[in-house]
Write a protein that binds this ligand. Structure first.
Ligand code: SAM
Length: 281
């Protein structure tokens, strides 16, 4: 069994080969003795060896069956390393992370093509995390730190900003990988907050408000909100008036606090509507 097969573009296989960058990522991850660590996409193991040496428990999720088998073989004598041969987007992360009572550290050089979707999934399990150290395409990383009213500001900026401090560690150039990607990457540390940055009411409602506000970037906020599922049960004009937000604005101009205000109001209205429905049988 070997890892020398040609890297698969379809799985975003740009393997780290720069020992200096590998050491810096491990340092940024700041693994505490005995900690549970999840590595998504271990690939040819650039980060895996140093992680296995530090973690109390290490779980690897790898979708390339040959590489997953290779990791299983490499770790047959390491009882603290588990290999999951699966698509990370299909793994029930909440169930997996709840196997350990302590909070997890997630480390990954994420495949570019699924990085945003993985971020949404990790956001959903923020309460099970102690820290995440993720390498992303630089453009995606820049989006996470973008202020309102700039083109990079988007759904990931608002959702992850609610629960994490996001700290840019360093930029990684294409020459640090084999094969070299066309663009720069960035390593970010995500430190979960003990409390959300804003009171958003129901978080599912918050996600719906944020996603619908960015769904059609050229349309006004009121038109975006009207297309949301929740708009079937309430008046979006009233919603915007109650929150003192001009419906002619674009979603990308709203601050986290403004999204939170919209979300609280929608949460309240939906709760009242459902209570009324219960009373009326
Ligand atoms: N961690 C290694 C490194 O830094 O060299 C590999 C990083 S490479 C950018 C991304 C890795 O994620 C590859 O090993 C790829 O096979 C794996 N991968 C791609 N899609 C995946 C998915 N949906 N679920 C789990 N792993 C995936």
């Amino acid at each position: 069994m070997s890892t020398t097969r040609r890297p698969l573009k379809s799985l975003g296989q740009n393997f780290l080969v720069d020992q200096n960058i590998i050491a810096r990522i491990i340092q940024a991850a700041d693994i505490q003795p005995g900690q549970s660590v999840l590595e998504i996409g271990p690939g040819r193991g650039a980060l895996t060896g140093p992680l296995a040496g530090r973690a109390g428990r290490l779980v690897l999720i790898e979708f390339d069956h040959a590489l997953a088998a290779w990791h299983r073989d490499q770790n047959k004598d390491n009882g603290h390393v588990t290999v999951i041969d699966a698509d990370v987007l299909k793994v029930d992360l909440d169930a997996l992370l709840s196997e350990s009572p302590e909070k997890w550290n997630v480390v990954a050089n994420l495949p570019y093509n699924i990085s945003t979707e993985v971020l949404f999934r990790l956001y959903a399990v923020h309460d099970r995390l102690a820290r995440m150290t993720l390498m992303l395409q630089k453009e995606v990383g820049d989006r996470l730190a973008a202020p309102p009213d700039c083109s990079a500001y988007g759904v990931t900026t608002v959702l992850l900003g609610l629960w994490f401090d996001i700290i840019r560690a360093f930029v990684v150039h294409p020459g640090s990988f084999h094969p070299s990607p066309k663009v720069d990457s960035v390593v970010l540390n995500f430190i979960p907050l003990a409390e959300a940055r804003a009171d958003v009411g129901d978080e599912e409602v918050f996600r719906a408000v944020v996603k619908s506000s960015f769904a059609m970037r050229r349309k006004t906020l009121i038109n975006c909100l009207k297309s949301a599922e929740f708009a079937k049960q309430l008046d979006c004009g009233e919603l915007l008036e109650a929150c003192a937000i001009d419906g002619r604005r674009r979603g990308e101009t709203l601050s986290l606090e403004e999204f939170a205000a919209l979300s609280r109001w929608v949460t309240e209205q939906l709760r009242t509507a459902s209570e009324k429905a219960d009373i009326n049988g």
